[in-house]
Write a protein that binds this ligand. Structure first.
Ligand SMILES: *[C@@H]1O[C@H](CO)[C@@H](O)[C@H](O)[C@H]1NC(C)=O
Ligand SMILES: *[C@@H]1O[C@H](CO)[C@@H](O)[C@H](O)[C@H]1NC(C)=O
Ligand SMILES: *[C@@H]1O[C@H](CO)[C@@H](O)[C@H](O)[C@H]1NC(C)=O
Ligand SMILES: *[C@@H]1O[C@H](CO)[C@@H](O)[C@H](O)[C@H]1NC(C)=O
Length: 256
């Protein structure tokens, strides 16, 4: 995919809205009323002079040779009003790579609505059509890199078996490094149409805790668990607003 311009992403969101019905239309209206593009961003830690000191809560596997990440995530209910939002996703390369992130996940908004999305950073995310999200759903999320510029992102509703996939090939926006795999609750950004002036959205509360179960990554062709992961918390105004812990193959993050 090429870099998505403001005009192109509007057209894309319109197409998605037509296919996906009410939920996507609400997402479209919400975005156009605010900023031009939604984006999950690289990990920012101890950002100086900012209200969001850490945009990620969750678990990061660091090293080399990470080509895939997957987990099953329960869909929580968001709180805090329609302008507040949060997201849960799996991905590779958000920690130290800088040039690209391959990721997929779900957003919750403080008004009880949801979006399902995929993203090849630094492009904006795009909504999946053909999958409707409800509180309590179990969503299997996975990303697979088949090269540094190609791969796929998949979400599957384990209740209905409904599955959506986005393939990427010969991406020119940025190349993967395969130096991390991550399982993340994020305070994501919204940006102007040219990708500048990005701002964190007000972070929505969520309940119950989000569990990333059966979480694993592929490193140099082998399946690896979360046992070597570094934990991080979303930190806003110098206060942790998530509390994450790992037990076996499950990462649990609560809103605090
Ligand atoms: C998953 O399937 C169930 C049962 O059909 C449905 O109630 C729910 O809304 C679906 N969720 C998603 C994310 O498709
Ligand atoms: C993605 O690629 C896989 C494997 O080549 C293929 O089976 C599938 O149909 C593709 N999906 C889409 C949405 O293009
Ligand atoms: C990006 O967009 C904003 C507002 O839409 C505009 O003010 C700014 O000049 C643009 N920057 C570039 C580098 O195009
Ligand atoms: C975030 O920064 C702090 C302070 O520099 C550091 O101790 C911590 O390990 C960092 N977290 C991650 C996940 O890298």
């Amino acid at each position: 995919m090429k870099f998505i311009t403001g005009i192109a992403i509007s057209a894309l969101l319109c197409a998605d809205a037509a296919l996906a019905g009410v939920a996507a239309n609400r997402g479209l209206a919400r975005r156009l009323a605010r900023r031009a593009g939604r984006r999950s961003a690289p990990f920012k830690n101890n950002t100086l002079h900012a209200s969001v000191q850490s945009n990620w809560g969750g678990a990061i596997l660091q090293g080399s040779g990470y080509s895939a990440a997957s987990a099953t995530v329960n869909v929580p209910t968001g709180g805090g009003g329609s302008s507040a939002a949060g997201t849960a996703w799996v991905g590779i390369d958000g920690d130290t790579c800088d040039s690209a992130i391959l990721q997929t996940g779900i957003d919750w908004y403080g008004d009880g609505t949801y979006d399902a999305w995929y993203e090849w950073y630094p492009e904006f995310s795009a909504d999946f059509s053909g999958i409707d999200i409800s509180a309590g759903d179990q969503i299997a999320m996975s990303v697979v890199a088949t090269s540094l510029t190609g791969g796929s992102a998949t979400l599957e509703n384990l209740t209905s078996g409904q599955k959506v996939t986005q393939n990427f090939s010969k991406v020119t926006a940025g190349s993967l490094c395969e130096t991390s795999a991550e399982f993340i609750i994020e305070d994501f950004e919204e940006c102007n149409e040219n990708g500048s002036d990005c701002q964190f959205v007000p972070f929505a509360s969520f309940s119950p805790a989000v569990k990333f179960s059966s979480a694993s990554a592929t490193q140099n062709g082998r399946t690896v668990s979360l046992s070597g992961a570094v934990l991080t918390e979303v930190e806003i105004n110098n206060k942790d607003v998530t509390k994450c812990s790992v037990s076996g193959s499950t990462l649990t993050c609560s809103y605090v």
